[in-house]
Design a protein around this ligand. Structure first.
Ligand code: MG
Length: 306
């Protein structure tokens, strides 16, 4: 249907990566027309994908049933990362309103976090929900640095932290305060580990471009993280894990697949910088890839973690 897209393909670095691929499956470009595509989330009940087009201040919807793409929400408050909770509700990071919000089943939008310690958040970037209902998000300054992806403003908090929203009380607490620009994050399949990317290199050549791994402690806090991988091409922005614990992460030349210890196994090559990915389809065996102007996908021989 889509043919072979120039600049796409696969790079096998460790032989085990070949087991993740389907011989004849190719990368497809599903749609183009974004300025900076980000934050894909799969909505299983509706069989559609929601993703953000940040500078265009809109969220898009790709429909699996007919392949059409339409505007899901505009204005979107310069939304960035999206995910779904255990009830299938959309949870969204918004730059302009500097908050994390949930879209309820009746369509109402409920603010989950916009302040910490009485100060406005910077610009929530990416978000994940644990099966206990806690919501974890990163809060770098990308949405307040310039007017392109939000509105320029001073940071009230003066730092970029990772936060957890308590499922019972709604209280927002800091779970990591030693990041420069915390960005993508995802749990291991058993949810005992949290991986977090730091894209501090975006504004400092000596800054980090890595993913750290933290143990999640029983009281809902994180152990000190250890760096498991430095990005070999660009930055690790958003990422997701498959059922076997491999990390499928964005990078400048496509999607890098890392083993659970951070070793680079191979790449899905994309001709644009990739910002984020997610698994979708009924069996979560299709990887959706937000690559700057375009939405791509590829079927894999692995399944995303639930
Ligand atoms: Mg991000």
């Amino acid at each position: 249907m889509y043919g072979v897209i120039e600049g796409t393909g696969f790079e096998v670095i460790d032989p085990s990566f070949a087991d993740c691929l389907i011989d004849h499956a190719r990368v497809e470009r599903l749609w183009t027309g974004a300025r900076w595509a980000e934050g894909p989330a799969w909505l299983p009940a509706g069989r559609y994908l929601v993703f953000s087009d940040i500078p265009n201040n809109r969220m898009m919807r790709w429909d699996e049933t007919d392949g059409s793409v339409s505007v899901f929400r505009a204005p979107s408050n310069y939304s960035n990362g999206n995910t779904t909770d255990a009830h299938g509700r959309l949870v969204t990071c918004e730059h302009l309103t500097r908050r994390v919000a949930r879209t309820n089943h009746d369509g109402s939008i409920q603010v989950l976090a916009d302040l910490f310690d009485g100060k406005r958040l910077n610009s929530p970037n990416d978000v994940v929900v644990r099966s206990d209902g806690s919501i974890w998000f990163t809060d770098p300054t990308y949405g307040i640095l310039i007017d392109y992806e939000g509105a320029r403003a001073e940071s009230e908090i003066g730092a970029c932290h990772v936060y957890r929203i308590d499922p019972e009380t709604g209280e927002v607490s800091v779970v990591a305060d030693d990041y420069i620009k915390p960005n993508g994050l995802a749990f291991s399949p058993d949810e005992r580990l949290l991986y977090i990317a730091d894209t501090g290199k975006s504004h400092d050549p000596d800054g980090p471009a890595h993913i750290r791994r933290h143990a999640v402690l029983d009281d809902g806090t994180l152990a000190v993280g250890e760096v498991i991988a430095d990005c070999t091409n660009g930055l690790f922005d958003g990422f997701r894990l498959d059922r076997d614990g491999r990390i499928w992460t964005s990078a400048a030349d496509g999607v890098h697949c890392l083993d659970p210890a951070g070793r680079l196994l191979g790449k899905v090559l994309i001709p644009e910088t990739v910002a984020n990915v997610c698994f979708g389809g009924a069996r979560l065996n299709r990887l959706f890839i937000c690559g700057t102007t375009s939405l791509y996908s590829v079927y894999l021989a692995v399944n995303g973690a639930r």
